[in-house]
Design a protein around this ligand. Structure first.
Ligand code: PXL
Length: 277
């Protein structure tokens, strides 16, 4: 599809370079019309700031969906990220069921955890509901921590291929069709992305940088969605997203006091070139 129209559902963190403030510019830059449904509005993200505000938009969702139904609005893909409440997940399922075109992909980034821990504000009930959403995913984009929570697996910071294969197998059993698992490092100095596309294991290895930034999961997922929507295969989209994320992390290393996010804007032209190749 030359000019697809997609919907992304995730929060607006007013400050912090994550979620919608990342997804909207990145997917738009890929040449894709990007409609948004904010799951919540926060003054900042929750990863490192304290005292942030949080406006849950769960109860706005049914009326928004009803309006879209009346208008006959539908989407060529739906991509979900950080969601505002466990209850919201049932509304999100309904929105996907009614507004996603038949055979259009449903992409889920189960944004809820990292480094072995759930983000502030999430609990076992939320994880359980998220499992139910991931079941329906055509493409699931978890990091290892999220994959562990989704499959009731003990999180390990060091692991081998067997451990990753076991998690992938459990995610397939959960019902996820294609899986793109980020931040998988089998040896020092490199990291990579595992892509399970139509039951086939592929691995794209790339440079591991010494600095790490908050929000790179959202940058990665957004670039993946943009590339996939422009007709790239899951493997090619996963590779483009990985290379772009590396460019973002590299350029952020030059910035002082930029711990809260990655400088994705100055290297958007790199992504656009890759998408249009
Ligand atoms: O980047 C994931 C994310 C999205 N939205 C909010 C967050 C986080 C991670 O901490 O706090 C509000």
């Amino acid at each position: 599809m030359a000019y697809p129209k997609i919907l992304t559902i995730q929060d607006i963190s007013c400050v912090g370079q994550c979620s919608l403030t990342v997804a909207l510019p990145i997917i738009s830059a890929c040449g894709v019309e990007t409609c948004v449904l904010p799951s919540a509005v926060l003054s900042t993200h929750t990863g490192g700031f304290t005292g942030f505000t949080f406006r849950d938009l769960t109860e706005d969702m049914p009326a928004i969906n009803n309006h879209w139904k009346k208008e006959g609005i539908s989407f060529d893909a739906v991509y979900t990220g950080y969601l505002g409440s466990a209850k919201q997940i049932s509304y999100v399922k309904e929105i996907v069921a009614t507004s996603k075109k038949e055979n259009a992909p449903f992409i889920v980034d189960p944004a809820m955890a990292d480094n072995g821990k759930l983000y502030v504000g999430f609990d076992a009930e939320f994880v359980n509901e998220m499992k139910g959403l991931c079941k329906n995913a055509d493409y699931l984009i978890p990091n290892i921590t999220e994959a562990c929570f989704l499959t009731d697996t003990e999180y390990k910071a060091e692991y081998d291929r067997e451990y990753i294969d076991m998690i992938l197998e459990k995610l397939c059993q959960l019902g996820c069709k294609n899986i793109i698992m980020t931040g998988i490092s089998y040896k020092e100095g490199t990291t990579g992305v595992v892509i399970m596309e139509n039951g086939e294991y592929k691995y794209y290895e790339h440079e591991k940088l010494s600095n790490s930034c908050h929000g790179t999961g959202d940058i990665y997922a957004s670039a993946f969605v943009g590339a996939l929507s422009r007709g790239k295969s899951a493997y090619d989209a996963a590779k483009i997203a990985a290379d772009y994320t590396v460019e973002c992390i590299k350029i952020t290393a030059n910035e002082e006091n930029h711990w809260y996010g990655a400088a994705f804007e100055p290297v958007l032209s790199y992504l656009i070139n890759e998408i249009n190749k």
